[in-house]
Design a protein around this ligand. Structure first.
Ligand code: NAD
Ligand code: HSO
Ligand code: ZN
Length: 448
């Protein structure tokens, strides 16, 4: 048996048991695994923004986005916001409001209490206090599409956390303007400061600050490998937690949901770009074959560019159908891959979920396609990619908060803790530490 069986409608079948270890490992590869080219390309851009600020933003807007920011400005103006609300169809504004409401309520539920305290020992109160970070920049990509949904997903948690004036960065269109729905989404999310900068330029502008863009402590948001590369280059200059690169998904199906539904859901994240990844993982050969047969039919119902992306993903090395010889082997593949999005297509999805350890988002059942979660369900759709779901969590309110540990000790608590503290300090050889909890404290009159 060959490792890659001949394609049905060009959709690759990867028969896991028949593949060498090397080829199996290759299936785990993502575009971001080889960032060298992007880091090399992003480095001079970052340096130019550091040195030339606004002039560099304008230069790269012309070069990459075909936009004249000398004429249209780097910051979206109040009249641009107004024009965006006028231009957008009312049902799209209602759609943004509907999504924003769910996303806001999810993040409000996620926000921790401002402070908690617990009595560790009699007279020893300890806990945490949460406060927002002072500034944050969030990114909305624009290139292979516009992403007002991402504006909601990134701006709302920052606003719910209480960041004073979060900013949005996004590439301008060739007309020199921000995508209208992105501006509407920003305002509905509670953000009024939107700046036109894309890719590495955006990360550098927020990291160093320019004449127009305020310097920020943190940059969060998804994007092409240019964004991922710039975040990596600017580690130490600006904080960023979620490595959200090209979209990726696994649909795990046990054969109890019909092939048409599985094919539709497999295509969701495959249409983002040729750099995305999308797999169906199943132990049902019948399902694997039927889905492969059905995909071409659904590709015909897509715009040619999107169909081209999806076809290229599903017929290449970063996508297709993975056929396993058992449910166990399927779970192992999912856990090794650690997908950004996982959908479990089964009549009994909760039976499979306990076997999954590594996935940034788990969507359960036939009525939970990835698009519902991408747009309107409520949980954050900005998720760790490229296997980072093995150790990282989705973007959320906590990314825009910091906590301080707090402790209050009464005279009673002091008496019980001081001897143990002194013993530790003596062992570690720290005299001042020990003296501060010794009888010297009584003579200094500070203990009570
Ligand atoms: N993980 C998530 O949550 C999530 C959500 C939405 C989208 N995405 C991903 O975001 C990406 C969006 O990519 P996109 O291209 O549409 O938008 P993008 O905004 O990430 O990239 C466009 C920008 O890239 C820069 N750029 C383009 N060509 C360049 C070059 N040759 N050198 C240097 N910089 C260059 C430009 O500044 C341009 O404005 C996709 O990969 C998509 O899968 C991820
Ligand atoms: N799939 C993306 C996150 O990986 C979210 C998104 C927005 N628009 C379309 N898709
Ligand atoms: Zn998507």
């Amino acid at each position: 048996m060959t490792e890659l069986t001949p394609p049905a409608g060009d959709i690759v079948l990867h028969e896991l048991s028949a593949m060498s270890q090397k080829r199996r490992s290759a299936l785990l590869t993502r575009t971001e695994d080889d960032l060298d080219r992007f880091i090399e390309g992003a480095a001079p851009i970052v340096e130019a923004v550091r040195l030339n600020g606004d002039d560099a933003i304008k230069h790269y807007a012309t070069a990459f986005d075909d936009a004249d920011l000398e004429k249209h400005g780097i910051a979206a103006s109040a009249s641009e916001f107004d024009a965006a609300f006028d231009a957008l169809e009312p049902d799209m504004i209602r759609t943004i409001e509907y999504a924003a409401d769910n996303i806001r309520r999810f993040h409000e539920a996620q926000r921790p209490e401002a402070m908690w305290l617990k009595e560790m020992q009699p007279g020893v109160l300890v806990g945490e206090r949460f406060t927002p970070i002072d500034s944050a920049a969030v990114y909305t990509p624009r290139g292979k599409g516009s992403f007002p949904s991402v504006t909601l997903m990134t701006a709302i948690p920052a606003v719910v956390a209480g960041v004073p004036t979060p900013i949005v960065l996004t590439p301008p269109g060739p007309n020199g303007k921000v995508d209208a729905a992105t501006l509407v989404a920003a305002r509905i999310a509670g953000v009024d400061r939107v700046y036109k900068a894309g890719g590495a330029v955006a990360v550098a502008a927020a990291a160093f600050g320019t004449q127009t863009v305020p310097r920020c402590l943190k940059f969060e948001g998804p994007g092409s490998p240019w964004i991922v590369a710039a975040k990596r280059l600017l580690q130490g200059q600006i904080a960023s937690r979620v490595p959200a690169g090209p979209s990726e998904s696994i649909v795990l199906a046990d054969g109890t949901v019909e092939a048409g539904t599985v094919a539709l859901d497999l295509l969701i994240e495959a249409e983002h770009g040729a750099d995305s990844s999308a797999f169906l993982v199943t132990w049902s050969r019948d399902l694997a074959e039927s889905v492969r047969q059905k995909i071409p039919h659904f590709l015909k119902m897509m715009d040619a560019r999107r169909a081209g992306f999806a076809k290229s993903v599903l017929s290449g090395a970063q996508g297709g159908v993975v056929l396993t010889d058992s449910p166990q082997q399927a779970y192992e593949f999912v856990n090794a891959y650690a997908p950004e999005h996982l959908q479990i297509l089964s009549e009994t999805p909760f039976d499979h979920m306990p076997h999954i350890r590594n996935a940034a988002e788990i969507l359960l059942g036939r009525h939970a396609p990835g698009s519902i979660a991408n747009y309107v369900m409520g949980p954050n759709a900005v998720l760790p990619t490229a296997g980072a779901a093995r150790y990282a969590s989705p973007l959320g309110v906590h990314d825009f908060l910091k906590s301080a540990s707090i402790g209050h000790v009464t005279a009673e608590g002091y008496s019980s803790m001081a001897p143990y503290t002194k013993r530790f300090a003596e062992y570690e050889g720290f005299d001042a530490h020990a003296n501060a909890v010794s009888e010297l404290r009584q003579t200094a009159g500070l203990a009570n």
